[in-house]
Write a protein that binds this ligand. Structure first.
Ligand SMILES: [Zn+2]
Length: 226
């Protein structure tokens, strides 16, 4: 039997839309995600969004906002999907026995996360290196690990550590280094309004605690740690 789709309570009736607003609505790139509109969204997230709109002085019944609670709910579910991601499943079948014992480095992994203090995005790049101890992981899995921890409410320091700890847990390597460079919208759009500051965090395990190995890694990623 096909799964039952529950659509959010409101559907757009083009007849109802005041002329002028319709053009604006159709021109918006945000309203083009038809596929997004076909899936169910969490009613409590929709309700929370409606309250947020009202408390901001908006009218949730305004045409441009009709589907906003649904879209925000869907978007929020995606941005926090890391809570339900299963690392075990992601790495299943991708960890291999291998004698390689030099540094494995994947740099410039883009990520987008949400700061848990302001619910605003922070984004940037993660660099990961490890020195295997008999086990290696499929390279594409490292960005997947980053996603699992980025798609949660986070602080950059904890995200960096969680990525490193996961690699330690599953590969038991000679060493792991994770460096994360990020811009925080909570600093750029509000608060101190520093648009150009980068925050760098790092987590070093095992061999990367030694100055020489650590320095080699830093040179390879071209980043200076404070
Ligand atoms: Zn913040």
């Amino acid at each position: 039997m096909a799964p039952v789709k529950t659509l959010p309570e409101r559907t757009l009736d083009l007849e109802e839309i005041p002329s002028g607003e319709l053009d604006e609505l159709l021109a918006s790139p945000c309203t083009m995600g038809a596929a997004e509109d076909e899936v169910e969204s969490n009613p409590r997230l929709r309700e929370a969004t409606r309250i947020l709109l009202e408390e901001s002085g908006e009218d949730p019944e305004r045409v441009g906002l009709w589907r906003t609670p649904h879209r925000v709910a869907r978007s929020w579910e995606f941005l926090t999907s890391g809570y339900t991601a299963n690392i075990e499943k992601i790495l299943n079948g991708a960890v291999f026995e291998e004698k390689y014992d030099e540094m494995v480095l994947v740099k410039d992994i883009d990520f987008f996360s949400m700061c848990e203090h302001h619910l605003l995005p922070f984004y940037g790049r993660v660099h990961i290196a490890y020195i295997p101890n008999g086990k290696i992981v499929g390279l594409s899995k490292l960005p997947r690990i980053v996603e699992v921890f980025a798609r949660r409410l986070q602080v950059q320091e904890r995200m960096t550590r969680q990525i490193a700890d996961t690699i330690v847990e599953y590969l038991d390597p000679v060493g792991v280094a994770v460096v994360c460079e990020a811009r925080h919208l909570c600093m750029m759009m509000r608060g101190v309004e520093k648009q150009n500051s980068f925050t760098t965090t790092s987590a070093m395990h095992g061999a990367f605690k030694q100055p020489q190995t650590r320095a080699e890694f830093m040179t390879l990623i071209g980043t200076k740690l404070l």
